[in-house]
Design a protein around this ligand. Sequence first.
Ligand code: TK8
Length: 346
Amino acid sequence: MSNLFKKTFNLKNAVLGFAAVAALGVASHDVMAKDIKTRVVRFGYGLADESPTGKATRYFAEQVKQLSDGKINVKTYGNGALGSDEQMQNALIGGSQEMTFVSTAPLAGMVKEYGVFDLPFLFDNEKVADYVLDGPEGKKLLDKLTDKGLIGLVYWENGFRNITNSRHEISKAKDLEGIKLRVMQNQVALSVFKGLGANAIPMPFTELFTALETKTVDGQENPLSTIQTSKFYEVQPYLTISNHVYTPFVLLASKKWWDGLSADEKGVIEQAAKEAQTFQRKESREGNITALAYLKDHGLKVSEFSTAEKEKIREDLAPILADLKVKIGEPTVDAILAEAKKGQAL
Ligand code: TK8
């Protein structure tokens, strides 16, 4: 072996050896030096376990486990087992539950600006929604929760909502007249559907399947994947692709609990929340596509609001929307609309 070769050989080994030690060093530093306690996190949610967001919740739990070297155990409870969105919000504030995701609609009871997302046809597509929610205006809304005892970590997607009912085909807003339609519990959702002529009835999601089954209400509106996985299609033969509203989910932590976490523990939750966001949005979007095929396969009669009908709805609702804008907070509505416009132009 020539000297020159030996030299290179040794150098190469030295470099490899150093890299291996460095990698080990980083790994052990990551896990061992982190200030992470053994913890159990109760994470409840209203959707079905097999919904796209149910899957994402388990994905989140898996990320937390890995990032905390198995120390933080997120236990998930789907199907509203720990209560409705409103009840879980309160449990988080009180500190008897650590985490959940809820629709923005019930958050409007505490932070009225969240009502903005119940205004019809605010976002044209999911890309615009992502742009607005992940941008500064979305962040501002998350930050408003801190004072109320909640940490808004990140937005996940509930998604574009579509109407189902057990009475008759609905292809125009006019067909909603007299339909007892369950709506989410806030003033904006209620006023919008009343304005469209429905007999709008606010009710928690956890009571919805039974209410539809017993015909306490005739219909409801939710994303396609929820219509499938919460089994509404079993008792709702008519589906209208209306995409009238995009509902965000907010991934929430109890502030009481959060304040007792170390910086490293907070880092783990935040990183997992963000990673799960990418997974969740993908699952949600794919889930809606497979759900539509599934619902058609199961004999649902599918109608659609035409573009012209959507335009008419906008016009008909204009006075109601002007009033709601004041109630929600004009600066917020204007700022979100401006962001949506920017997102649309991209
Ligand atoms: C799930 C709810 C639900 C929402 C609703 O807890 O209430 O209709 O769309 O998905 O947040």
